[in-house]
Design a protein around this ligand. Structure first.
Ligand code: NAD
Ligand code: IPM
Ligand code: MN
Length: 368
């Protein structure tokens, strides 16, 4: 899944921070790390992995969420971060997830949330009469502002007169850089279509800005066909005819929603990778799915999304051959139904990871 071309110019050894997090994050990340180690062994390249125990357990034990020096440490000591998921029913406020996951997105200024929706095998899409060529697009979600900035508050909380506000923050700079990234991505990859989705018919200030910036930026990319859809229509169109999309760019909340839908069109949430990126800087990679408490601890979670996430991370770091080897091994597993139940197979989480890692070791990297 080659998605990037502009990772940091790092030394030969890649320094990866690993944060398994909560729930199935703690099950899928070890499998992704297994595959990461296998591909490094197959290529003879060097990794330095450092694990962090941040998540609900740690928070409940000693109150730690994102340590004060974390951002500086990641900039200084790491090339990338691999994260599982944050979220635990014992922390109903979700404060640790806000501090760690959203905190890293904001504080590392990871403004691109890249979420590819690529159908590897038509058996896996719930759409009738659709095949691999129909579901092959990427959602670029603005990742540092919008409704996620946590501005707002309560007035008269808990009373019958309560007021709650949640600000939708859109900056000229923030909107422009994500739209520009989408066009640059399309141009570099020879893709023809970029669709921007907003709700400017109702959100007359914030999304008016999206409209105006989109018009300015699209004028610089005459080689790319630019279109616009309101977000409600876009989600319907993704189901009706996903083949019309190559690159979708949208706001933080809309991108969150569109990427879960896109993941399912491409075979399931458990198969979907993602990257939180600031081009040229330490960036964070995580599967699209959450901690799935309903299936945690049972060895049934699908680790393929986490494994493909490692592929995205390595591509970002310039290990493009190794990234392709991981994708090839995942494709082989899907073709042979060496998958968990989510994809119709009978393997557990660990057994799926073992199979993909062995496949990487068996075939090496020379064939990709
Ligand atoms: P979820 O993604 O955890 O699960 C949604 C559904 O998909 C569940 O039925 C789950 O069993 C299934 N599913 C998810 N991943 C799967 C996998 N790998 N294999 C098989 N099935 C899988 O979303 P949710 O239930 O809305 O949220 C649960 C918790 O995770 C919440 O605390 C939420 O805030 C958090 N969350 C975290 C992240 C993240 O850290 N990036 C992302 C989404 C949700
Ligand atoms: C995601 C998740 C997060 C988000 C949650 C856990 C805050 O759903 O990464 O898609 O909404 O961004
Ligand atoms: Mn989400």
């Amino acid at each position: 899944m080659t998605v990037y071309s502009s990772g940091p110019a790092a030394p030969a050894t890649k320094r990866i921070a690993v944060i398994p997090g909560d729930g199935i994050g703690k099950e899928v990340i070890p499998e992704a790390v297994k595959v990461l180690k296998a591909v490094a062994a197959a290529s003879g390249k060097k990794l330095a992995l450092t694990e962090f125990d941040w998540g609900a357990n740690r928070y409940l034990r000693d109150g730690t969420t994102l340590p004060a020096d974390a951002v500086e440490m990641f900039h200084r000591d790491f090339d990338a971060i691999l994260l599982g998921a944050m979220g635990d029913p014992r922390v109903p406020t979700n404060v640790h997830a806000a501090d760690i996951l959203l905190g890293l997105r904001f504080k590392l200024d990871l403004y691109v949330n890249a979420r590819p929706c690529v159908l590897f095998d038509k058996r896996f899409t719930p759409l009738k009469d659709r095949s691999e060529k129909d579901v092959n697009f990427i959602v670029f979600r603005e990742n540092t502002e919008g409704l996620y900035v946590g501005m707002g508050g309560f007035f008269k909380k808990g009373t019958a007169d309560e007021i709650a506000t949640q600000e939708d923050l859109n900056t000229r700079k923030g909107v422009e850089r994500i739209i520009r990234y989408a066009f640059e991505y399309a141009r570099k990859r020879g893709l023809k279509r970029v669709c921007m989705a907003d709700k400017s018919n109702a959100l007359a200030f914030g999304h008016d800005l999206w409209q105006r910036v989109f018009k300015l930026v699209r004028a610089e990319y005459a080689d790319v066909e630019a279109s616009h859809q309101y977000i409600d229509n876009l989600l319907m169109q993704m189901v009706r005819d996903p083949s019309q999309f190559q690159v979708i760019v949208t706001s933080n909340l809309f991108g969150d929603i569109a990427s879960d839908l896109g993941a399912q069109l491409a075979g399931g949430l458990g198969l979907a990778p993602s990257g939180n990126i600031h081009p040229g800087q330490v960036s964070l990679f995580e599967p699209v799915h959450g901690s799935a408490p309903n299936i945690a601890g049972k060895n049934i979670a699908n680790p393929m999304g986490a494994i493909l996430t490692v592929g995205m991370m390595l591509d970002y770091l310039g290990w493009s051959v190794e990234s392709r080897a991981i994708e090839a091994a995942v494709r082989a597993a899907l073709a042979e139904s060496k998958t968990p139940a989510e994809l119709g197979g009978s393997l557990g989480t660990r057994e799926t990871g073992d199979w993909v890692a062995n496949q990487v070791l068996k075939t090496g990297i020379a064939h990709v």
